[in-house]
Design a protein. Structure first.
Lengths: 65, 339
C-alpha cells in the first residue's frame, strides 16, 4: 500500500500523473494536480511519481491496515 | 548488472538529491554520500526569486525533504564543502551533479553586483528590496523578470536593462516578448531595451550610450553556466552540469536517470522539456523547445494567452500557456503526437 502526497508548492500542472493514473490523480481547474485517493496499491502511482517533472509527488510505502 | 558498493554524488541540488532518493527507492543498499557546497540541505531553488524574496516562505519552507529524511534513508549528507579533487574508492561510482552557477560577464565592477542562484544570494538580495529603494536589473531573462516582479510588489523602483530590442524575443518570439514588455511597463518597471551595460558599481550601471542608471543595488541576471571543473573520465554527469536547458524539471529527470543507469534499470520514457515562470501576475508554462521554431501562433489577450511554436515543415515543437494552466496537458499530448 502506498500513501501519496503532492507538494502543492512544486506542482506546476504538467499533468503527466493524471494521464498515467487518471483514477488516482486529477488536474484541478487552477492547474495543480490533486490526489483523488490518498492511499492506493496501484503500481501506477510509482510511474506517476517518477514521471512528474517537478519531483512533486511523494509515494510512501505503508503497511496495509 | 553488478551494483557499486558505494555511490558518491557531488552536488546537493535537485539532480543530486533526486539521484540519491531514486537509488534508495529502487532498493540500492550500498553507501550513498551526497556532498554539497552550499550549507543548506537540498531545497527548492525556483522559489528563491519568488516566494522567498517576497518573504512569503522561509528558508526552512524550501527544503525538498524534512531534515531527518536523509539520515532516515541512510543517505550521508555532507554540506558546506566544495570538492576540488576526487579520489575514487574501489568499487565506487561518482556522479557529478554540481549544476550551474550564475554567469558573471567580464564587465568592470561585475563582481560588485548581486546575482541570484543560491539561497545565500537570495538572502543578500532580499536585504536590498525595501520600499522606494532602486534596483537595476541587468538582463531581461526569466530570473531578472521574476526578481523585478517580486521587487515591484515590495515597492521597489525597478529599472530593467535588456540588450535586445524586445525581451524574450530570441526564446519566445517577438509577439510574446512584446506582450511581456507591455506587462512589465504596466507594473511600473522602467524597461529599457537595446541598451548595453559597460560597467557596474554597487550604486550605478554605466551604459554603452554613455548614460548612467543610478540605483541602490544591481542584479546581474545574464544566465547560468555549468560548473564543470570536476567533470572527467569515468565520472557520471547529471543535471545542469551536463548542459541542456538548465531547468528544474530537466535536473529532476536527470537525477532519476543517473540513478537508474547506476542500477542497470531501463530509462524512463522521456518527457518533453518543461519550464515555468511566475511574473507580474502571469504564470508562464512552456512545454517543448521553442528555439528551433520558425513560426509562432498566438491566441488570447495580454492577461491570458497561448503561443504555439512550429518548425518550417509545420510540426509543433513547443507551446506556451500564460495563465492558461488548463491547456498544458493538452499541449503536452499534442507535442508527443507531433514528435
Amino acid at each position: 500500500m502506498h500513501r501519496i502526497e503532492i507538494d502543492r508548492n512544486l506542482c506546476s500542472g504538467f499533468g503527466a500523473c493524471a494521464d498515467l493514473a487518471p483514477d488516482i490523480f486529477e488536474l484541478e481547474p487552477g492547474g495543480t494536480a490533486s490526489v483523488r485517493a490518498g492511499e492506493s496499491d496501484d503500481p501506477r502511482v510509482l510511474d506517476a511519481a517518477a514521471a512528474c517533472p517537478m519531483a512533486a509527488i511523494s509515494v510512501i510505502e505503508i503497511q496495509a491496515a | 548488472m553488478k551494483q557499486p558498493q558505494s555511490v558518491l554524488i557531488v552536488g546537493a541540488g535537485l539532480a543530486g538529491a533526486r539521484c540519491a532518493e531514486t537509488l534508495r527507492a529502487e532498493g540500492y543498499d550500498g553507501r550513498i554520500t551526497l556532498v554539497g557546497e552550499e550549507p543548506t540541505a537540498p531545497y527548492e531553488r525556483p522559489a528563491l526569486s519568488k516566494e522567498f524574496l517576497a518573504g512569503e516562505r522561509s528558508a526552512s519552507d524550501l527544503l525538498l525533504r524534512p531534515p531527518t529524511y536523509w539520515s532516515d534513508n541512510g543517505i550521508e549528507l555532507v554540506l558546506g564543502w566544495r570538492v576540488d579533487i576526487i579520489r575514487r574508492r574501489r568499487d565506487e561510482t561518482v556522479v557529478i551533479a554540481t549544476g550551474a552557477r550564475a554567469r558573471r560577464i567580464s564587465l568592470p565592477g561585475a563582481a560588485t553586483a548581486h546575482v541570484l542562484r543560491t539561497l545565500g544570494d537570495a538572502i543578500a538580495l532580499r536585504d536590498e528590496l525595501r520600499p522606494r529603494r532602486r534596483l537595476a536589473v541587468v538582463g531581461g531573462g526569466f530570473v531578472g523578470a521574476e526578481v523585478a516582479s517580486t521587487a515591484r510588489r515590495l515597492g521597489v523602483d525597478v529599472t530593467m536593462l535588456e540588450a535586445e530590442p524586445t525581451p524574450f524575443a530570441a526564446t519566445l518570439g517577438v509577439e510574446v516578448g512584446d506582450a511581456l514588455a507591455r506587462r512589465y511597463r504596466k507594473h511600473g518597471v522602467d524597461l529599457r531595451t537595446g541598451v548595453r551595460a559597460v560597467a557596474l558599481a554597487p550604486n550605478r550601471v554605466d551604459l554603452a550610450d554613455s548614460t548612467t542608471v543610478s540605483c541602490d543595488a544591481v542584479l546581474l541576471a545574464v544566465g547560468a553556466e555549468p560548473a564543470r571543473e570536476l567533470v572527467g573520465d569515468g565520472l557520471d554527469e547529471c543535471g545542469d552540469v551536463a548542459g541542456g536547458p538548465g531547468h528544474w524539471a530537466s535536473a529532476a529527470a536527470a537525477g532519476v536517470a543517473a540513478a537508474r543507469r547506476i542500477l542497470g534499470l531501463d530509462p524512463l520514457p522521456a518527457q518533453p522539456p518543461f519550464f515555468w515562470s511566475d511574473q507580474f501576475g502571469l504564470r508562464l508554462q512552456l512545454v517543448g523547445d521553442p528555439l528551433a521554431a520558425a513560426a509562432v501562433e498566438c491566441e488570447g489577450t495580454d492577461e491570458s494567452f497561448t503561443a504555439r511554436y512550429f518548425v518550417r515543415d509545420g510540426r509543433l515543437v513547443a507551446a506556451l500557456a500564460a495563465n492558461r494552466a488548463a491547456d498544458i496537458a493538452a499541449f503536452r499530448r499534442e507535442l508527443a503526437l507531433a514528435a
